[in-house]
Design a protein around this ligand. Structure first.
Ligand code: CDP
Length: 224
């Protein structure tokens, strides 16, 4: 069983996906964290992102682990816990360019599908309902007003000790959303059979409740 949650940056996917996974005793998979880890590996190795062959080589050689540990997702790159490092500014600035590359996407999608084969998952990302798991029984597309998304992200960043301004955060979200939506391979888009949830005016509990209601509704319909 796969619950696919897609949507633009900071639309509420992570918080919702984590809570839904916990309630339904499913694995939570943050695919954005995987693209961030690849980006970190490329930055650390000083790879020229325009040099496709070098990028492919780094992708082939990296060892990526992602797993739930209590309420947290741990991401390991070549054995090192990089869960914090993947949220840094340089990674955020480059991740959309890295994740637009076909080779990178194919490598990550393979890992994601293998995880999905082994366990019931709530998977969040940009292309989960469209490309990674097009047959997912439950597809949700989360959206929210860009200013509200920027305010939410700013709060998270401040909690991590990062002191960006609202303008900077908003500019980053807009830039990434544009790049993610207009790229050739697996652009961010709503799957035809996904329901849309606008979280602008919703509390976290309300968001989670909406998703749960939707899952129950689909289950009831399919059992009839
Ligand atoms: O948490 P935030 O909304 O900032 O983004 P994220 O989920 O950590 O994803 C970071 C970036 O990875 C996105 O801006 C996309 O460029 C890319 N991504 C992707 O291309 N496909 C996915 N399935 C997930 C993320």
């Amino acid at each position: 069983m796969i619950v696919a949650i897609d949507g633009p940056a900071a639309s509420g996917k992570s918080t919702t996906a984590k809570m839904v996974a916990k309630k339904l005793k499913m694995t939570y998979l943050d695919t954005g964290a995987m693209y961030r880890a690849v980006t970190l590996a490329l930055l650390r190795s000083n790879t020229d992102l325009d040099d496709y062959d070098s990028v492919c080589q780094v992708v082939d050689e990296l060892e990526l682990d992602i797993f739930d540990q209590g309420a947290k997702t741990v991401v390991r790159l070549d054995g090192e816990d990089v869960s914090q490092a993947i949220r840094s500014m340089p990674v955020t600035e480059n991740v959309s360019a890295v994740s637009a590359m076909k080779y990178v996407r194919e490598a990550m999608v393979e890992i994601q599908r293998n995880i999905g084969k082994k366990t019931n998952c709530v998977v969040e990302g940009r292309d989960i309902g469209t490309v990674v798991f097009p047959d997912a029984e439950f597809k949700i597309f989360m959206v929210a007003d860009v200013k509200i998304r920027a305010e939410r992200r700013l709060k998270e960043l401040h909690e991590m000790g990062d002191d960006q301004s609202l303008q900077e955060v908003m500019a980053d979200l807009k830039r990434r959303d544009k790049k993610d939506s207009t790229r050739v391979h697996s652009p961010l888009q709503k799957a035809g059979d996904a329901i849309e949830i606008d979280t602008s005016m919703l509390s976290i509990d309300q968001q989670v409740e909406k998703v749960e209601k939707f899952i129950n509704l689909v289950r009831e319909k399919n059992n009839k």
